[in-house]
Design a protein around this ligand. Structure first.
Ligand SMILES: [Zn+2]
Length: 132
């Protein structure tokens, strides 16, 4: 078994770069850029729509209010936003919803890995991520 690092929140030092990295790639559940903390490619986001109320801010359409998780599947740095706006383009991947993920993205990450194993995501092979 490979032991995984504990989940920990992005600290204030890394936060500006973390924000910029996620904001620059705001189109789907995966972010192509390397993690600002560990440099590996494995950044993901997940929205949970809690209060559907479609509206438009600055020309961007939102589906309503909800929560957002952002994380790195390699070093397990994460951010959790308990109250934010869910964009209209969001469509939850990894099969059926995750009813109460909690504060860390643990449950979401597990669903993501399971979906990846089933081939749902169609992601490229993990190659550089797990060095021997
Ligand atoms: Zn990382």
């Amino acid at each position: 078994m490979i032991s995984m690092p504990e989940w920990r929140e992005a600290d204030t030092e890394v936060h500006p770069l973390w924000r910029r990295t996620f904001n620059q790639d705001w189109t789907g559940p995966d972010v192509a850029a390397p993690c600002p903390v560990c440099g590996n490619t494995g950044l993901h986001r997940w929205y949970l729509l809690e209060n559907a109320r479609p509206r438009k801010y600055d020309g961007i359409e939102f589906a309503g209010r909800g929560r957002l998780w952002e994380w790195c599947d390699s070093c397990r740095t994460f951010e959790h936003y308990p109250d934010g706006s869910v964009p209209s383009w969001w469509s939850a991947p990894y099969g059926p919803g995750i009813p109460d993920p909690g504060r860390t993205p643990e449950a979401i990450e597990r669903a993501r890995v399971a979906a990846h194993r089933r081939g749902v995501q169609g992601e490229p092979e993990e190659s550089s991520r797990h060095a021997e």
